[in-house]
Design a protein around this ligand. Structure first.
Ligand code: TC6
Ligand code: FAD
Length: 662
């Protein structure tokens, strides 16, 4: 291994805490870190994983094809049973497809979970082993060209025919063509298809059906089905997001996944699930996972790249006539990066929380207790929106902080950005999800108005909040939380009261709601902000005696919270809750905290513990040897394969010389 750039080494030498110990905390324990590192090391030693052609120097069809090669490698490994622990599989996949979408990504994240959570026991026994053993490869096909958000308006129909005990799947219009499902275009031979179920002329709404799309012998498309790739996108080059059109395709009655609703042979519809939104369950699962796995990890990688590079990059002057400083020593550079780094830690702890909570509540739901479902839906929707947007903005900030080289694919940042930013749209567009959370906030507000207690995550709505902010220079977590509670409660109440006032003035509820929806999305955002601050504070409180790590995490917590206050100053001050003096103090504390955190910046990103292969960045290399590798990268560019490019002979030569050698 090459020697580490002394500018990075000095940062590591100056850190005040043991990065390994912080990594253990982030991973959920030393054992988890060890296992993750073992899986990653095994993958990194495998030429099938790290060999292959250079991602950035391939065309899109080549990128897809190479991703399929890797998919086959993964499936072969999985079939040996070595990934029986889902976490192992996850770490392996992250190393195999760093910031890329696997063509079989939907198979593992949505197709299989839908089979497992939406099937009757007999169906589960039939389909789940086939999917687990990759005898069938599937996707989750819900969105249509005309509708992704409004699931009640899906146009694909599944019409029941009792005589033959079959459903007939049909795409009646252009806009009803399924559009976007990952792995649908070329890879999958099966899909869970969400279609509006019609029995004897009555529409029972969206239900899941398992449908074969392609032959298991030669992959040819089943009669009556048209399927293909939707073309190049903003990112996601390695996955074949697809379209799917049905022309009266017949499937047996048993292909309706019947955990939540059964259709008897004679066409009698029997609802089993207590909640009519049971068919939406896979979306809750994925939203809960996006917080940590997509939003936070993308941001953590971008922070790693930008912070390391900012300690290697020297530019300009700090002391007149003095040597060029590391750019991270400029206060403005710290202001670009350190609040983003703090938000990454904040999201990480909320991500761990929502992942754990999902599994706990889903277990209850599977046992038939759906009491906590509405809260889970609200919190997972809100956090998905809040963190994906924050990460998207943070990654872009990291790119800008890397100057010109940030714009090169060599930085790794464009790939991280385009992969992550899709998370603001898929699995529920962010504004739409904030509005789902807002419904919950409105209900809770009404409960609070009646003097009733509100549930866990919104308990602050029914308690008496402070009128005046008591935040002082010590920035104690309690006073910070109280300030964020006050802001969220006030914004929720303001929006709630406006809905009531508009209704009292004669507007129908739906109109009153739409006229308040901007306020409500801001209230939902404020609620999520409070929630993330709270989970960060809880983590600090639960930490065992690791004083050095506690110190640096406390600084990050305070920076996250203070930066949030300065960014949303009006929300905290306009009702007189926070004084101008307090706001000024908070603004100055942001600057002080950045100076406190600066010496640990590299150690804080090293703690995320990303191998270079996953970062895929010349700028963010662990060894900091940026310039020699940038030069090497450029030399490898396909345009440099020949001294004179073909286009010269085709176009330039005739113009310049009047002749052509072609
Ligand atoms: C790698 C990339 C992979 C990507 C894959 C994808 O993108 S896959 C494609 C991903 N696609 C998307 O993500 C599509 C996004 N769109 C949707 O999820 C829905 O259509 C909707 C939620 C926006 C509205 O749905 P709607 O018009 O049917 O509902 P409504 O607004 O009339 O509310 C009625 C009640 O239902 C409640 N409720 C709602 N959802 C849930 C739930 N999951 N659980 C429990 N409850 C839920 C709601 O709180 C409300 O309760 P209240 O207040 O009456 O007590
Ligand atoms: C990369 C990627 C991968 C995807 N993978 C899959 C997949 O595997 N399977 C699958 O089924 N789908 C998939 N999708 C589709 C995805 O789930 C939808 O695109 C997403 O849910 C948003 O729906 P939409 O496209 O209809 O957006 P639209 O709803 O048309 O959004 C357009 C605008 O309208 C606004 N809007 C819409 N409704 C409301 C409302 N009620 N209130 C206020 N504003 C509103 C939105 O906020 C947005 O600004 C994928 C999409 C992408 C980009």
């Amino acid at each position: 291994m090459a020697a580490v750039n002394p500018d990075l080494q000095s940062e590591r030498d100056g850190a005040t805490f043991d990065t390994n110990k912080l990594t253990f905390l982030l991973d959920g324990g030393e054992g988890m870190t060890e296992r993750r590192r073992e899986v990653e090391a095994e993958a990194l030693a495998d030429p099938e994983v790290t060999g292959g052609p250079h991602y950035h120097f391939m065309s899109r069809p080549e990128q897809y094809s190479d991703a399929v090669r890797k998919a086959v490698h993964y499936m072969k490994q999985a079939k040996t049973g070595k990934f029986d622990n889902p976490a192992d599989a996850h770490w392996y996949r992250n190393t195999l497809w760093p910031n890329e979408m696997a063509p079989i990504g939907l198979h593992t994240t949505m197709f299989l979970p839908t089979l497992e959570n939406n099937s009757s026991p007999e169906q589960k026994e039939k389909w789940a082993p086939l999917a687990k053993d990759f005898k069938i490869i599937g996707t989750y096909s819900q969105t249509e060209m005309g509708h992704g958000t409004n699931l009640k308006a899906l146009e694909t129909t599944a019409t029941y025919e009792p005589e033959l005990e079959q459903f007939i799947l049909h795409s009646p219009t252009l806009s009803s063509i399924k559009w976007w499902p990952g792995g649908l275009g070329k890879t999958s031979n099966f899909a869970v298809v969400m279609a509006s179920m019609i029995i004897k002329g009555k529409n029972y709404g969206m239900h899941p059906f398992i449908v074969q799309l392609r032959s298991l012998e030669d992959h040819t498309v089943i009669t009556g089905i048209e399927v293909g790739d939707i073309g190049p996108k903003f990112g996601f080059n390695t996955i074949d997001n697809g379209y799917l059109k049905f022309d009266h395709v017949r499937i047996p009655r048993e292909n309706l996944l019947m955990k939540n609703a059964v259709v008897e042979p004679d066409g009698t519809y029997v609802r089993i699930a207590k909640n009519e939104k049971a068919a939406y369950s896979t979306m809750i699962f994925v939203r809960a996972m996006i917080v940590l796995e997509v939003a936070t990890r993308g941001l953590a990688q971008a922070c790693t790249i930008a912070v390391r590079y900012s300690c290697v990059r020297r530019q300009s002057e700090l002391v007149p006539g003095g040597p060029e400083p590391k750019v991270l020593d400029f206060q403005t550079q710290q202001y670009k990066l350190l609040p983003v780094l703090a938000s990454c830690y904040a999201y990480w702890f909320s991500g761990l929380f929502i992942r754990m909570t999902y599994f706990q509540i889903n277990y209850e739901i599977q046992q038939g207790n759906i009491d906590l479902l509405p809260e889970l839906h609200a919190v997972s929707s809100g956090l998905k929106a809040f963190t994906s947007y924050g990460s998207m903005a943070g990654i872009e900030q990291c790119r800008l902080a890397c100057g010109g080289h940030g714009f090169s694919q060599a930085s790794g940042l464009p790939k991280i950005y385009t992969t992550m930013t899709a998370g603001c749209t898929y699995e529920g567009e962010n504004s739409v999800l904030y509005l789902q959370m807002a419904r919950y906030l409105m209900k809770s507000f009404l409960q609070a108005e009646k003097g009733e207690t509100t549930t866990n995550s919104v308990a602050y709505l029914s308690k008496k909040n402070l009128d005046k902010c008591v935040l002082g220079a010590t920035l104690s977590p309690d006073t910070i939380i109280a300030a964020y509670e006050h802001r969220a409660a006030r914004l929720v109440r303001k929006a709630g009261l406006r809905v009531n006032a508009l209704e009292a003035a004669g507007k129908p509820y739906h109109e009153a709601w739409n006229l308040t929806s901007v306020q409500f999305t801001k209230a939902a955002e404020a609620h999520c902000h409070y929630f993330v601050v709270l989970k960060f504070a809880d983590t600090l409180e639960e930490m065992e005696d690791e004083a050095e790590i506690h110190n640096v995490l406390l600084q990050l917590f305070q920076l996250y919270a203070c930066y949030g206050i300065t960014n949303y100053a009006a929300d905290f001050t306009e009702d007189g809750f926070m004084s101008q003096e307090q706001l000024d103090m908070v603004r100055l504390r942001v600057l002080d905290l950045m100076a406190d955190i600066r010496p640990n910046a590299v150690a804080l990103v090293d703690s995320f513990d990303y191998p270079d292969h996953i970062l895929g960045s010349v700028l963010g290399r662990y060894d900091g040897n940026v310039y020699e590798n940038l030069y090497k990268w450029a030399k490898d560019s396909p345009l440099n394969k020949t001294e004179v490019h073909d286009s010269y002979y085709k176009y330039l030569q005739p113009m310049i010389t009047g002749k052509s050698n072609l």
